[in-house]
Design a binder for this molecule. Structure first.
Ligand SMILES: Nc1ncnc2c1ncn2[C@@H]1O[C@H](COP(=O)(O)OP(=O)(O)OP(=O)(O)O)[C@@H](O)[C@H]1O
Length: 293
């Protein structure tokens, strides 16, 4: 498990990361979201030791995170790091060899991963001859080829087509199933909501929400939709609820308490037939907008 505690980073007078704490438990996929400049890349760089923290600490398996621990981490940096003019399979195999994998085994792994990402035919090509999305697939392979103990991936899904996203999801799930903690950043909130065991939302260098998708969604403002057999304009006259949107026989309302659901249903039935009274739980994207405002 990786634990980040009170991590802070200043650039001159600017506070880029402000006392950030969160955990990436073993076997968990943690999604890191936040607007441009929220601090995601800076935090990942500090975890990887590329950038020093101004204060705070990081722990790995309960002990202070060391350079030796980090050598076994797989990292996909924002500034993608491979050589454009070198053969793909050669540089992937070389990366695995740097981690002590024998040359034949390293080449086998490279070929296997390339074929999983539908790039078997391009193995001997130079990286720069691939499309950007396919280069991205190779960057992902580079992060995982040495079978890391932890994965830190800075926007690994950006630029991938839906098939590559699916391949990537399967791959990440294999790592988490083996107990590896995975932290990745993304702006694709639907994907984060669907995939992650835990979501950490950052705004202006601070953690503004942290939990699983269900916890986050339940923490937001829950509204109700009432659909009646006739016009529901009368909802606007009730002073114990907030009418958000009323149109014809449908109204979206915000109730002060759970008990008011029964009250609204009774009121609606007194006035005619009720077709639907449903809870509208916000999506993670709604929560994101609410907490990063
Ligand atoms: N080397 C640096 N020197 C000065 N300021 C920096 C440096 N690196 C990052 N920052 C500042 O730190 C803040 C956080 O930037 P960071 O790149 O971590 O954000 P991010 O959440 O990864 O954003 P994005 O989604 O755009 O990639 C920004 O205000 C940025 O300008």
């Amino acid at each position: 498990m990786l634990q980040v505690e009170q991590l802070t980073r200043c650039f001159g007078d600017a506070l880029a990361v402000d006392e950030v704490s969160f955990e990436v438990p073993d076997g968990h996929l943690v999604g890191f979201v936040g607007g441009n400049g929220a601090g995601k890349t800076t935090i990942m760089r500090m975890i990887m030791g590329v950038l020093a923290q101004s204060s705070g600490s990081m722990r790995w398996e309960g002990q202070e995170l060391t350079a030796s621990d980090r050598r076994d981490f797989g990292y996909m940096p924002e500034e993608r790091g491979l050589y454009p003019k070198q053969s793909i399979v050669e540089q992937l195999a070389y990366l695995a060899q740097l981690h002590g994998v024998s040359r034949p085994e390293a080449r086998d792994r490279a070929h296997e991963l390339l074929s999983r990402f539908s790039l078997a035919e391009r193995a001997k090509d130079k990286l720069e001859t691939l499309s950007l999305g396919n280069q991205q697939r190779v960057q992902i392979i580079a992060a995982v080829i040495s079978r890391p103990t932890m994965l830190i991936l800075d926007e690994p899904f950006s630029g991938l087509d839906p098939a590559a996203v699916d391949d990537m999801v399967v791959l990440l799930r294999e790592f988490t199933a083996a107990g590896v903690p995975v932290l990745f950043s993304s702006h694709q909130l639907d994907l984060v909501e669907r995939l992650c065991d835990r979501i950490v939302i950052l705004a202006r260098g601070r953690v503004v929400a942290d939990g699983d998708a269900e916890q986050l969604r339940r923490s937001g403002t829950i509204r109700h939709r009432l659909v009646a057999g006739t016009d529901v304009g009368w909802v606007r006259d009730l002073d114990w609820l907030q009418a958000i949107d009323v149109s014809g026989n449908t109204a979206i309302v915000q109730l002060a308490s759970e008990a008011d659901t029964d009250r609204l249903l009774t009121e609606a039935m007194r006035r005619g037939s009720v077709r639907e009274l449903a809870e509208l739980v916000p999506s993670v994207a709604d929560i994101y907008r609410e907490v990063t405002r």
